[in-house]
Design a protein around this ligand. Sequence first.
Ligand SMILES: [Zn+2]
Length: 121
Amino acid sequence: MHKKSVGKTKQTSKNETRQERYPRPAWLPKGVVEEEELCPECFKVVGDRSRYKLVCMLGKASEGMTVGALTEELKLKQPTVTHHLQILKSVEAVEVVPQGRERVYRLNRDAHCFEECKIPY
Ligand SMILES: [Zn+2]
């Protein structure tokens, strides 16, 4: 995905498909994210301020959090929180762990966005 191109003159058509880049959102701490532009997956994760807040909250909650707890903390409507969580799930930034009748959301620290692109949380 994020292969570093080695300085060879040979051009493979596959490598040249440039990935779309998105500008770094203002609420993302500068200096932590080295790149000024984000890949589409990372932009999905942090492209919305509340969604990024959600990521930070989950980053601090090692045990994970339920939608209910997240809703309360973020002071958003539950469908909104669920919507954000679904987007995060679509890029594997969070994982869902069933716990009794509840579903607990945890940050997937091995996700591309955190491992490779170093999105802070
Ligand atoms: Zn990325």
